[in-house]
Write a protein of this length. Structure first.
Length: 238
């Protein structure tokens, strides 16, 4: 929707570890998206200890925005239903802020072969309180994004733009570089590395030939974790 990658996407749950900003400018309207860490719950229905702090930090600011989109994986919901997800979606609707609209996005519809299954899920959630609209979307294929974009454009309020629509700041580019590397890392090692891995941008230098020299550090808590990242004789990072 914003025309470029702004956050890491991987098969590892809770890939987003901090709030990420994406900006879409269409004509005289600008929409700012704030992607927060997802809620990953344990069997008791509470956030895992190592993600609890950053999740609570992200969700403490949700009432600051005009529209809250609750996005969930509808394919996973159909194939591996989880009552915790239903309770969470229901709870987010009941906690709706009086000055904020909330919508529910059933994402990854492209993975559901039988459309009647999608209609069953929509029927399941249609009477939930707090949600103004339900959208069926595919972030990968683009299905449903036109309707969602139109809806968001209609919710825009008149005020000065927050971001320059014509230039991408160096700070944004630095954040994207971190996200791209982390995405590859998470897909490469998957479950072997914990969420406590620290990832830092150390150096960002423009070279004379027009290229960039980017130095990033990955900091682990244990020597065993470092060995997994580096591999034998540096085979993984090479």
């Amino acid at each position: 929707m914003v025309g470029t990658k702004v956050a890491a996407v991987s098969r590892k749950t809770n890939t987003t570890t901090h709030e990420v900003l994406g900006v879409m400018t269409n004509g005289d309207t600008q929409i700012c998206f704030f992607d927060t860490p997802g809620l990953m719950l344990n069997k008791s229905g509470y956030p895992y200890k190592d993600v609890k702090v950053r999740v609570e930090s992200a969700w403490s600011s949700v009432n600051l925005f005009e529209v809250l989109m609750v996005v969930f994986d509808v394919h996973r919901h159909i194939t591996r239903p989880d009552s915790r997800v239903v309770r969470l979606i229901d709870g987010m609707g009941k906690q709706a802020h009086p000055n904020q609209k909330r919508v529910l996005c059933m994402n990854k519809v492209d993975l559901v072969p039988k459309k009647k299954d999608l209609l069953k899920v929509a029927e399941q959630f249609k009477d939930l309180s707090g949600y103004e609209r339900i959208f069926m979307t595919s972030g990968l294929k683009g299905a449903g994004l036109k309707d969602l974009t139109q809806y968001l454009m209609e919710q825009a309020v008149q005020r000065p733009w927050s971001e320059d629509p014509f230039t991408m700041s160096e700070e944004v580019m630095k954040n994207i570089s971190l996200e791209v590397v982390r995405e590859r890392l998470l897909d490469h090692v998957h479950q072997e590395i914990p969420y406590g891995l620290e990832h830092r941008l150390i150096d960002w230098k423009d070279l004379r030939d027009g290229s960039l020299r980017i130095e990033q550090h990955l900091i682990t808590n244990k020597l065993s974790q470092r060995k997994i990242l580096v591999g034998k004789n540096g085979s993984k990072i090479g």
